[in-house]
Structure formats: structure tokens, C-alpha cells
Design a protein around this ligand. Structure first.
Ligand code: ADP
Ligand code: ZN
Length: 626
């Protein structure tokens, strides 16, 4: 029976959250977003990835005992959500292409009978006659539009099929529409509200900073060895390595496998079932690392990803935020490493041009893409607190003077000791070759390489020939790119760009300007967050709990994280609950999960504690809070 009323006690909301998900509280803005859903006021909810958007539409439907519709762009995303909800005892279903006829019939019958609280559909299915007829008698109260920025071509992920959603308001005038997105620019927000015809929406914008993520942005010298070095810090943990091209993902996965990491690759060029297999293997903890293009991730709900690496620069800060947002969704510490080079910028520029030409895109769309790319480049080239820069980009102030969670604040960014002299050597070599050659040749001359081109132009006779003999080639060309990034050197916009000196270059050459060049990182410090979130956790017990979780997940054919998150397992390994009541006190353990899994986990904890002479029900005084 649908319950329609205007005011809902907070206690009722919290009771639902505790019963199904075992959370003891709500995050900032979740309550307001839930209330908008309950009161059927249109809303636009902007929260970073991992901020907890799904709870905002899950709670109202259950509390008001009605069926709400969720529009979601990807099948994998829907399936994972439905799996996760069912594990919590929450009635939800999805209709998507590729389901068997029998499964469709069964789901439709459940929907028609009003037995689901949430029904997930793709945008193109929502307004089909068949679906409309199916939900006609349910008198739908609310629609949640997930990834709502897909409706805007100012956004970074425009999907034409989302445009149809403009019809919801006229087709269902009595229903409220709730848009959810992690994209924060003003223009996209305004566009979403306009396209969806939202009426006087509650606009709720969450905090974009993710304090548990440690950001590192370092020049790329040798992608594979830098990635391997980072992954060594996360042995046995989940990690994603983003690459620009399909070929790069395959090469990266091969390199990781050769170094005995359990890794696979993922990109949109693979067969659907092959993609699904990789995704499932990652979800079930069979493999730890996936090297992927941006195609990977939307459907990845694994909340214990401890490391996200960008082997190259993404094309916008929105993409970067979204992809790094897949790290540490359980609120525990995670590392985000970005390896960049000026070459990435050029690569994206030509990709933007190419795809604009192919799609015959309007100038403003191309200009938008270029603007987004330039912002990303500046983030990489700058040496300012990453948390601050990201917050500011998303229009939010950041007051913390030292985040203690980025390479800059952790003091890891090492300047090259004799940067100015090195820069002078490079620049004078550019001058010596007559400003007629690209980076590669300039590096060859500095290294004293015996190439065909050196011989042809008699460049072995230059005073700068061999001036930096013995230097690392990759490190040297990286410095050339850093000079370009900092505007201390120019280059032509041709296909084979030629290095040119500018006024700033001459200032450096005349000794009137000091230069700062960065070295790729070798020293990595531990963040404060890292130590806190392991405080009091028995690592041996944690590993055993993870094994049990994997076992159960495999038997049930569901991803491990839908059973318990890593945060919950760490809490168990910290508290070591000795009774059902104590287990219910652990964050992430709801009634359903207690009844379903409680006994097996309690038994494991008890036997582990017996074998290791550890007391049960440890005091939790020092337990960190989120
Ligand atoms: P989003 O859709 O915004 O990316 P999710 O809805 O998937 O984020 O939530 C991210 C993670 O945060 C999930 O693991 C979820 O279980 C957890 N979470 C959400 N709300 C709460 C809460 N109130 N308390 C604790 N954990 C929460
Ligand atoms: Zn910082």
C-alpha cells in the first residue's frame, strides 16, 4: 500500500537505512535528497562518485511503499545494483535487452503486481508503449535519473538516448523527477534541469573532496615500470589502470602478467561476453588488476578498489574525478596515481579534432572539449595541493592548508637539483639546431647519439652534441615536455612539431629566470589516513574474513562486495564481535545480512580468536569514524 504523506520523521528514515544496509547514519545531503523523494519535489542531486547517491532513491520508495523507476545508462550498472539490493533483502528488478523471454515475463509480472520498490530501465525503453502500459496502473510517484549529465552535450558523456527523458514530465505530470550526477559545472547543471523540465527543483550539491584518496600526479618516464612500482604498494588489492587506447590496455596487462600480477585488460573492442567475464572476475576477486580504457568502470561497483592509476592523462577533470572516484568507495584509504606527459595533450587534441570531423560536431562542442582538456593539462602541470585544485575546479572552497593526502602536501614532489642548468642545456641545443627540429632529435643531439639525421646535418659538430651524454633518454625527453608545459619552450602545431624558443626561453638562457623541473617520484610516504583506517585491525583475521566472503560469493555467483564491504570486514577484524548483537553493531551489517551470514562469520571470528588467544568484543574506543 502506497503511503503518501508530507512529513517523515528522521527516525523512520534511519530505521530503513539500518535495517537494509546496516548504516548507522546518513551522509551529508542524503537526508535532504531522500526527503525530496518522499515529498515528491523535483531535485537535482550532485554528489561525487562514491558519495552515496543510490541510497537517496532507494530509501523513499521503500519507506513510502511505492514503485519508483530508475533510469540508468548501462546494463551492467543495473544488474549490479539489483544484485546488491537483493542481497540486502530489498525488492528490485530490472528490464534490459538480452534477458530471456521467461525472465522478462517474470519480471514484468512482479512489476505489474507492484512487488518491486525499484525498477531499473534503460532510457530508450522507458517511453516505449509496452513499458508504459506495464507501469500504467502503478501510478508512478517518482523517477530517478542516474548519470543525468548524459542528457547534456556540454557534459563529458553525452548520450543521445537520454534526450527522450524530456518527455517524462508531460507523460507523468503527477510524478517528481530526481536527477543524479557527479558532474558539477554550472552549465551542465542548468542544462539537466532544463532538459528534464524540472520544476522548482531542490538543488543539492555535495562536497566533492574525497579526503581518503591520496592523489599523486607525476611526469611519465616509463609507464610500465612506474605502474608496477605503484602496484607493489597494493599487492593482493584491487586496482584499475586506465590507458587511452585499446592497444595500450593489452600491452599493459601483458606487462603486469609478466610480473606475476593477476591482471586482465578491458576495452570496448572486446566481445560482450569476454568483457563480462573480465568484469565478473574482477568483481569476484579472481583478478586484482584491470588495465582498461574508460569503457571500464560505470558498472564496477567494487567498493574496495585501493588504487586507480592513469597511465596517461584523461581528457577532462570530470573524467579524472569520475575514474579516481572508483577508488576507496568504502571510505577507506586509496591511492590515485596519474602519469602524464605533454604528449598526452597532443594525442587528445588530435583525437578531439578527428572525432569532431567524423561526427560533424558544432564548433561549440569542440570548443567545450578543448576547454576541458586545457583545464586537465593545467592540473597536471601545476604543483599545487591536488585536493584544493580539484575542489576549486568543482566550485568549492577548500580551507585545509595541508591535505596530508597528495604528493604536493606530502612533500614528495622532488625538484631536480640543477634544473636551471639542465634547462639551459636543452634550450641552447634547440637554438643550435636552428629551431628546425622536434624533441626527439634535440634529445639525440644532447645524448650524443649517432643517428642518420645527426650525420646528415653534421650535428656532431655542434657544441651541444653529447652535452648530456649518459642521461636517461626518457627522463630527458620528459624534461623537454616539462619545459613545454611550463611555457618555457614552444613548438609548432604541425604533425611533426618543431621546437621553438620564446621570450621565456631567452630569459632562462640569459640566466634571468630560474627553472623548476620535477623528477619522477621514488620516495612515497604513508598518508595519515592509511594508518588510521587500519588501527586496531587484526590483519590475519581480516584476510580470513575476506576468504570466507569470497567463498560465499563464489557459491552464490555474486560479486564479493555485495555481501560485505572491506570497511565492514575491517571493522569485524577490529571489534571481533562475539555475539549477534555485537555483530549488528558493526557498520554495514543489517538485519538481513545478520540472519543470512551472521552465524558463519561469528563462527570464523570465534575460532580465529581462540586459536590466537585474542579476546572477543574488543573495546572500540580508538575506532576511526567517517
Ligand atoms: P554513488 O552512486 O554516489 O557513486 P553509491 O551510492 O554507490 O555512490 O555509494 C558509495 C558507497 O558508499 C557504497 O559502498 C555505499 O554502500 C556507501 N554508503 C552510502 N551511503 C552510506 C551511509 N549513509 N553510511 C555508510 N556508507 C554509505
Ligand atoms: Zn594536498
Amino acid at each position: 500500500m502506497k503511503i503518501d504523506r508530507l512529513s517523515w520523521p528522521t527516525a523512520d528514515i534511519l530505521a530503513v537505512v539500518q535495517r537494509y544496509w546496516g548504516f548507522s547514519g546518513l551522509r551529508p545531503l542524503q537526508e535532504q535528497a531522500i526527503r525530496a523523494g518522499l515529498e515528491r519535489r523535483d531535485s537535482l542531486v550532485v554528489m561525487p562518485t562514491g558519495g552515496g547517491k543510490s541510497l537517496c532513491y532507494q530509501v523513499p520508495a521503500e519507506l513510502a511503499q511505492r514503485t519508483d523507476i530508475v533510469v540508468s545508462p548501462l546494463i551492467s550498472l543495473m544488474k549490479d545494483q539489483v544484485d546488491g539490493l537483493r542481497e540486502c533483502g530489498y525488492p528490485a528488478g530490472a528490464l534490459y535487452s538480452g534477458m530471456s523471454v521467461a525472465a522478462v515475463r517474470e519480471t514484468e509480472a512482479e512489476i505489474a503486481a507492484g512487488r518491486y520498490r525499484l525498477v531499473f530501465v534503460a532510457p530508450e525503453r522507458l517511453l516505449t508503449p509496452r513499458f508504459l502500459q506495464l507501469i500504467e496502473r502503478l501510478q508512478i510517484s517518482a523517477f530517478a535519473i542516474d548519470e543525468a549529465h548524459c542528457i547534456s552535450h556540454w557534459g563529458h558523456d553525452f548520450r543521445p538516448e537520454y534526450r527522450q527523458l524530456a518527455g517524462i514530465k508531460s507523460r507523468f505530470p503527477q510524478a517528481s523527477v530526481h536527477a543524479y550526477t557527479a558532474t558539477a559545472t554550472e552549465r551542465v547543471r542548468a542544462d539537466i534541469a532544463e532538459q528534464l523540465r524540472l520544476q522548482n527543483p531542490a538543488v543539492l550539491v555535495g562536497i566533492f573532496d574525497r579526503p581518503n584518496l591520496v592523489y599523486r600526479i607525476v611526469p611519465r618516464v616509463d609507464a610500465q615500470s612506474q605502474v608496477l612500482e605503484a602496484l607493489r604498494r597494493h599487492r593482493g588489492e584491487a586496482a584499475i589502470v586506465y590507458c587511452i587506447s585499446r592497444k595500450d590496455t593489452e600491452a599493459m596487462a601483458a606487462a603486469l602478467q609478466a610480473n606475476r600480477l593477476s591482471a586482465a585488460f578491458y576495452h570496448a573492442g572486446m566481445e560482450a561476453d569476454e568483457r563480462r567475464r573480465t568484469q565478473d572476475a574482477f568483481a569476484s576477486e579472481e583478478i586484482d588488476v584491470v588495465a582498461a580504457t574508460v569503457a571500464f568502470g560505470m558498472g564496477i561497483d567494487r567498493s574496495d578498489v585501493r588504487c586507480v592509476i592513469h597511465a596517461a592523462m584523461p581528457k577532462s577533470i570530470e573524467h579524472y574525478q569520475q575514474e579516481t572516484g572508483r577508488a576507496g568507495r568504502d571510505g577507506l584509504e586509496a591511492e590515485c596515481l596519474l602519469l602524464y606527459s605533454a604528449a598526452d595533450f597532443l594525442r587528445w587534441e588530435s583525437l578531439i579534432e578527428k572525432s569532431a570531423a567524423e561526427a560533424d560536431a558544432p564548433d561549440e562542442v569542440i570548443a567545450t572539449a578543448r576547454g576541458l582538456l586545457e583545464q586537465m593539462r593545467r592540473l597536471c602541470a601545476g604543483v599545487h595541493c591536488r585536493h584544493r585544485r580539484l575542489s576549486e575546479y568543482f566550485g568549492q572552497e577548500y580551507s585545509n592548508p595541508n591535505c596530508e593526502a597528495c604528493d604536493v602536501c606530502l612533500n614528495e614532489v622532488e625538484g631536480l637539483a640543477d634544473a636551471t642548468i639542465t634547462a639551459q642545456k636543452i634550450l641552447s641545443c634547440v637554438a643550435r639546431v636552428g629551431e628546425r627540429f622536434g624533441a626527439e632529435h634535440v634529445v639525440d643531439v644532447l645524448l650524443g647519439a649517432k643517428t642518420e639525421r645527426v650525420r646528415r646535418w653534421r650535428h656532431e659538430q655542434l657544441t651541444t652534441y653529447g652535452l648530456m651524454k649518459g642521461a636517461n633518454r626518457k627522463a630527458l625527453s620528459n624534461m623537454v615536455y616539462q619545459l613545454l608545459d611550463d611555457g618555457l619552450l614552444d613548438r609548432t602545431a604541425d604533425e611533426r612539431p618543431v621546437l621553438l624558443l620564446n621570450d621565456a626561453s631567452w630569459e632562462v638562457l640569459r640566466g634571468n629566470r630560474a627553472v623548476r623541473l620535477l623528477q619522477p617520484k621514488t620516495k612515497i610516504s604513508k598518508s595519515r589516513f592509511d594508518e588510521e583506517s587500519w588501527e586496531g585491525v587484526d590483519r590475519g583475521l581480516f584476510e580470513r574474513l575476506r576468504m570466507l566472503r569470497r567463498e560465499v560469493a563464489e557459491a552464490r555467483r555474486v560479486p564479493a562486495y555485495v555481501l560485505f564491504s572491506d570497511a565492514t570486514l575491517r571493522d569485524m577484524a577490529r571489534v571481533r564481535p562475539g555475539s549477534a548483537a555485537a555483530l549488528l553493531g558493526v557498520r554495514g551489517v543489517g538485519e538481513r545480512k545478520l540472519a543470512d551470514l551472521g552465524q558463519r562469520f561469528l563462527e570464523l571470528i570465534a575460532s580465529y580468536c581462540r586459536a590466537n588467544s585474542l579476546p572477543l568484543n574488543a573495546a572500540t574506543g580508538g575506532r576511526p569514524r567517517r
